[in-house]
Ligand binder design. Structure first.
Ligand code: SF4
Ligand code: SF4
Length: 100
């Protein structure tokens, strides 16, 4: 599997990178969590490819712990939309913000 690593501008396993890599910006996402809808299935924090999310200490009205952004990961979301797509309770959505 080939993964693009935009931080180090290398492609894993090959050391190669696209010649126009600077023409692309990594998207930046802002995560919105609707805490009271969450049922703590854990899909969002399990499958986020950037490990942005974790279970919070907060307990919602149904007794579940919704996700929160991990400390130090406030700018790590790349707006891939995985958490939004995978949440069975529509409790999380992502807004792509300008990455200047
Ligand atoms: S949009 Fe992608 S990177 Fe951002 S929090 Fe959701 S799963 Fe993680
Ligand atoms: S995927 Fe949705 S319901 Fe499951 S823990 Fe995340 S926010 Fe909660």
């Amino acid at each position: 599997m080939i993964n693009l690593d935009f931080e180090s501008e290398k492609v894993y396993n090959t050391g190669r990178a696209p010649i126009n890599i600077h023409a692309f910006k990594v998207p930046l996402g802002k995560v919105h969590i609707i805490k009271e809808r969450c049922k703590e299935c854990g899909y969002c924090w399990t499958y986020c490819p950037k490990e942005v999310l974790e279970k919070s200490d907060y307990v919602n009205k149904n007794g579940y712990h919704p996700p929160r952004i991990k400390k130090g990961k406030e700018s790590a979301c790349v707006a891939c939309g995985m958490c939004e797509a995978i949440c069975p309770d529509f409790a999380i959505f992502v807004e792509e913000i300008k990455n200047e």
